[in-house]
Structures are given as structure tokens and as C-alpha cells.
Write a protein that binds this ligand. Sequence first.
Ligand SMILES: NC(=O)c1ccc[n+]([C@@H]2O[C@H](COP(=O)([O-])OP(=O)(O)OC[C@H]3O[C@@H](n4cnc5c(N)ncnc54)[C@H](OP(=O)(O)O)[C@@H]3O)[C@@H](O)[C@H]2O)c1
Length: 240
Amino acid sequence: MTDSLHEKIAVVSGASAGIGFAVAKKLAAAGTHVVALGRNPEALEALKAQCPLGRVQPIAGDLNDPRYLSELDVAIDRVDYFVNNAGILTYAPLMELTDQQIEDMFVTNVLSSVKLTRLLAKKMIRQKAGHILFMTSTGARSVFKLAIGYCATKHALAAFANGFRLELQSDGIKVTEIAPGMVDTNIRANSPHPAVAAAMQARKFSPITPDEVAESVLFAVRATPNLCPDFIEIRPHGAY
Ligand SMILES: NC(=O)c1ccc[n+]([C@@H]2O[C@H](COP(=O)([O-])OP(=O)(O)OC[C@H]3O[C@@H](n4cnc5c(N)ncnc54)[C@H](OP(=O)(O)O)[C@@H]3O)[C@@H](O)[C@H]2O)c1
């Protein structure tokens, strides 16, 4: 039997690393054409090389650059799934973050993410079909010490996800929010604060893997037409 993902077209932001890389790989393995977005062209080429021939189309650029969004608008015609995954985190006490660091998280995690969603949603409205998946976080409903600014961005993104679902459901478009907790990726690489290192050392559970998060994306996009998984929250067992 042919996989329901076969010959579908997915756009995955943040496909050059971590969770997005794993999602893009699994979609491509299932027969989906993946438009892979990220800033690092070499990492996108590495993704392409690990996937079946012809399944991955890398388009490298910075989502905060309006010219890149215009380029994507022209390059992408049809889109069945948009995995809205790119994001940044600066992990430190709120009072020790710079204004710029807080602003950068809001620009990337919320404003650019919403701009790209609106751009691709217009194509889905024309198609009268599509599925948008927002990668938020368990921090979209809780606020964690050392990640307060980041959690605020994810609360905002979750509100947009709920809003897009309300507004787009009559156009045949599904919206799923996926909220993982504690995945070991490079997202904390720019968070050298000693309290962060101490918090990582004190963890009493094993982090979940990008592949495990990617499985939840595949579960959502494989849902039968009348079923919309609105919200999937996942975390390591024992981390609650
Ligand atoms: N790791 C966790 O514990 C965790 C938990 C919950 C939710 N999340 C969310 O999951 C998503 C993916 O995170 P991750 O852990 O996989 O992090 P990651 O390994 O650091 O990957 C982040 C991805 O986002 C891309 N990106 C960041 N800023 C960008 C920009 N301005 N323009 C274009 N692409 C940009 C990066 O591209 P380049 O590398 O090419 O720059 C990279 O592909 C994020 O939204 C994050 O908030 C992560």
C-alpha cells in the first residue's frame, strides 16, 4: 500500500539541524518532497545527501530577511505540510539577558515564523487543503527559570497556532501544535551561563531525541482526513 505521505510536498523550516533535520529526513524517507529551509547551506546539503535522491530541495537563507521570504514565495508553489520549526533560545536568567537577545527570540520564534506561516497559508487557502504544524515547547504553557523570554515567545506562538486553526479550518486546513520538552540539540549552544550548565547536570531524566519528536510530526500528518491532532505535548518520562 502506498504511504499517504508519498508525493506530498512539505516545507520544513529549521531543517539544517536538530528536530527539523530529523523531521525532514523521516518525511523524505516516506516519499514526501521536502523543501528544506535553514541558514546553513552545508547542513542542508548534508541532509539532502542522507535522503533518497531528488526528495530534498534545500533553500538556504535567514527567515528574518524579507528578501528570503520573497524568494520562498516565488520558489514554492504547492505545499501540503508546513512544519514551522525554526527557533532560537538564549538560556539565562531574564535579568541577565540583553534587550537585543530578548528581541531576537521574539523576531525569529514569533514574528518571522508568523510571516512565513501567512505566506504559505495563502497557498493552502488557494488549494483548499493543507496542514500547518507549529513546533512550540512545553514552555508554551509553563514558564521555566532560565528560559523566561523563550517561554514567552512560545506562549505567543501557541496563541497564533490556535488562532490560525480557528481562521483556517473553513479552508480545509489543519493546524497542529507540537510541544516537546527537553530535546538535546544544539539549541543551547549559545547559552554559556553557568546556571544553565548546573541545571543540565542536575537533570534526573534522559532527554528525548529529535527522532522521537519527528515521529509525532509523522503521526499528525498521517491522521485520517477528518481527524486533526490539535495539540501534542511530549516530554521525557519522569520529567514532569
Ligand atoms: N531542543 C529542545 O529542547 C526543544 C524543546 C521544545 C521545542 N523546541 C523547538 O524546536 C525547534 C527546533 O529546535 P532544535 O532544538 O532542533 O534547535 P537547533 O538544533 O538549534 O535547530 C534550530 C533550527 O532553526 C534554524 N534557524 C534558527 N534561526 C533561524 C533563522 N533566523 N532563519 C532560518 N533558520 C533559522 C536553524 O538554522 P541554522 O542552524 O542553519 O542556522 C536550525 O535549523 C525550535 O523552534 C525550538 O524552540 C526545542
